[in-house]
Write a protein that binds this ligand. Sequence first.
Ligand code: PGA
Length: 250
Amino acid sequence: MKNKIIAGNWKMNKTIAETKQLIGQLIPLVADTNNTVIICVPYTNLATAVELTKGTNIHVGAQNCHWKESGAYTGEIAPSMLVELGVEYVVLGHSERRTYFGETDNTVLLRTKAALSAGLKPIVCIGETLEERNNGQMEQVLSRQVKEGFKDVTVEELANVIVAYEPVWAIGTGVTATDEQANDAIAFVRSVFQEMYGKQAADQLYIQYGGSMNDKNAQGLLSMSHIDGGLIGGASLVAEKFAQVVKAHK
Ligand code: PGA
């Protein structure tokens, strides 16, 4: 049986002072879980988060990284810079980055490869919009995102990847996919990975659900057979709520 991987995506929230407070509250609340706990914080809070979580069961992630090791890329951060800080994970290809910052399947692939080469574990996000779902294009979109976004990722590398299925219509909207909708979509995503990497690698792959997941709906979602964890936005900003998601599945 897999444990669950619960990652908080803080997005562009929390000052350093607020980070100290939230992590201080979180540490005792999640100390006794068997699930993996990750917090993905803004760049400016990474050093603080790594320092404060040393010796605890909380892992730290960033929310993006570039594919080059260094150079004239104003505003970007290299994977090795994150590794130097003690960061272990990085969210890549989040729908907000695809929508607002021109991220494509190809740039997601480049970032994923670079993150893996540097020793980071990427949390790669995919998901369809409401329009795509309503037009019956969900499978086509998910299939394309996986096939293009993982084109050059080897089966050995895949073992260090987490995938997050996040239907765009459920992110930050308060509308969660039903347990069945989330499970069915993730089962489909897993079948695409199986086509590319074989059954064993696809079965072992952790695929999270994300999109308005919270302390109220986490138990149902996490009890579904294909859902290996959650990527939590809004509810990860409140220690008690995030802790309840972490502990929703024993
Ligand atoms: P949400 O965000 O939980 O606030 O919907 C999830 C995400 O975007 O990762």
